[in-house]
Design a protein around this ligand. Structure first.
Ligand code: ZN
Ligand code: MN
Length: 489
């Protein structure tokens, strides 16, 4: 990919479905995949004269999100009509918030792990994206277009949406991806949203502008509408940077406009030149009361979870694991809880437990597409296995085999599984000694190197003894014997 010689500025508007049982302004159920037009009433169908009523839980959850992102929560939040015509919104206005949105300001910290895998090495450290505000609004119906007709399903109409609007603080597609990942992680942590992009619970509009270095004011804002996957966001931004750069190079000025991303073709096409907020003729909604937030704010405060980056810091400090490992464990609230249960039950200690969770447990969970909550092995049995391995009862590889058996449904204790499979580590020194002798005789120069202080060689020599013993020797006993024989004790 050619580097653009222009400065890139990106802001996002993210629509995120709030996790409520019922809709924003009526009591119809929010239900994905139900028979079309069966979760509807006069309010969400937009029939004339129907009166909306507020969903308290949607407001409480939005305030909770605001607290997690350090937003200001105004004392009073109000409702506005955003006027536009669209067939999937028959009343011709969307109930939304312009003048006093439920959350104002705030910020989201980006962590290395939020960036795409292939970009984490170059990821900026400590990047923070500011939020302009978060407002609540209703989703519209869903139209499906066929050759000669279109069908509309209003089940989705009226679903509570939080619209999270960032400041234009991002400078690359990868930062935009990181912001989305960070938002998703926090929203799931707080139970605010499931943020499942495949189910359309999180959709993203990208505002992107390019300007030559040295120019102060931002270039024309081009909006990419309704991106519904992380990969689409990344690809669409890369494409748009290329496209706008090429036009600017050719002397074609950019104009404020809205474009559509075609995921199959991998390109954007012009939808319309962009309207401004005043084109929507926002006006205060006469049916919905202003909401005093104090009570909901107090309720939301009680539910603010330990945030992922705080958890990560605590794991690093309390368990002596690397920030990276702590980040992997803290990335998912259920996994973090699972790990802490196992760590507190493991005599072998948290650090060994963390290694086993990251290297062995996660691989098996991912292979079976399981979430930590669905793990077939309890944290306590897992802790017993880690202890069995680290006390030398079985070898690393045998431990992995035992974990496989536990995953496959073997309900016996790790010790019982080890005994049933004849896994016994040789720990008595008289059986190991011949192998140690053999290795010391075979590699005198390595032994010398080790004595000179190259600690890595010690591990290598242990490995050689392990090899001779066909993996059966207890590596801790081997390493102790080697040290004493080499005179390193
Ligand atoms: Zn309804
Ligand atoms: Mn919106």
């Amino acid at each position: 990919m050619r580097m653009s010689r222009y400065l890139v500025t990106i802001g996002l508007e993210i629509h995120c479905q709030v996790k409520t049982a019922s809709k924003m302004f009526c009591s119809c159920a929010v239900e994905y995949g139900a028979e079309p037009n069966t979760r509807v009433c006069p309010v969400c169908l937009g029939l004339p004269g129907a009166l909306p009523a507020l969903n308290r839980e949607a407001i409480r959850l939005s305030i909770l999100a605001g607290l997690m992102f350090g937003c200001r929560i105004p004392e009073v939040t109000t409702w506005d009509r955003k006027n536009y015509f669209y067939p999937d919104m028959p009343k011709n206005y969307q109930l939304s918030q312009l003048h006093a949105p439920v959350c104002q300001g705030g910020e989201v910290g980006l962590d290395r792990l939020h960036f795409p895998n292939d970009f984490q090495k170059q990821a900026p450290e400590g990047k923070v994206v500011r939020l302009d505000h978060i407002h609540l609004e209703e989703d519209v119906g869903k139209s499906t277009h066929y050759e000669n007709n279109s069908l509309i399903d209003f089940n989705r109409a009226g679903t509570p949406l939080m619209e999270i609007v960032t400041e234009p603080d991002m400078e690359s597609a990868e930062e935009a991806v990181a912001l989305l990942n960070a938002l998703r992680q926090n929203l799931i942590y707080g139970g605010v949203s499931d943020a499942d992009m495949e189910k359309g619970q999180l959709r993203c509009d990208v505002n992107i502008s390019l300007r030559p270095p040295g120019q102060k004011e931002l270039g024309a804002k081009i909006e990419l509408k309704n991106l519904n996957s992380i990969s689409a966001v990344r690809r669409a931004i890369h494409h748009e940077i290329e496209r706008q750069s090429a036009e600017l190079d050719a002397g074609i000025p950019q104009v404020q406009s809205t474009r559509r991303w075609d995921d199959d073709a991998g390109e954007t096409t012009l939808l319309r030149t962009k309207e401004d907020a005043h084109d929507y003729r926002y006006l205060p909604d006469p049916d919905l009361p202003a909401v005093e937030t104090a009570e909901l704010l107090a309720a939301a405060r009680r539910d603010v979870p330990e945030l992922p980056h705080h958890k990560r810091q605590r794991f690093t400090d309390a368990y002596g694991i690397t920030p990276y490992d702590a980040g992997v464990l803290a990335a998912d609230r259920a996994l973090a809880d699972w790990f802490e249960q196992a760590a507190s039950a493991a005599p072998a200690g948290a650090k060994k437990t963390a290694n086993w969770v990251i290297n062995e447990l996660l691989a098996r969970l991912n292979a079976d597409s399981l979430h930590a909550e669905q793990c077939p092995v309890s944290p306590q049995r897992f802790a017993a296995l880690v202890d069995l391995v680290s006390s030398g009862g079985v070898s690393q590889n045998q431990g992995k085999e035992i974990l496989d058996a536990m995953f496959a449904g073997d309900a016996a204790s790790p010790e019982a599984i080890a005994a049933a499979r004849g896994f016994e580590q040789v720990s008595d020194s008289s059986s190991i000694e011949p192998f140690v002798d053999q290795v010391l005789a075979e590699f005198p120069d390595k032994v010398e190197e080790w004595k000179q202080g190259n600690a890595k060689v010690g591990n290598w020599l242990t490995g050689q003894v392990m090899r001779h013993s066909k993996g059966k020797a207890n590596p801790r006993v081997v390493s102790e014997m080697l040290r004493s024989r080499a005179g390193l004790e």
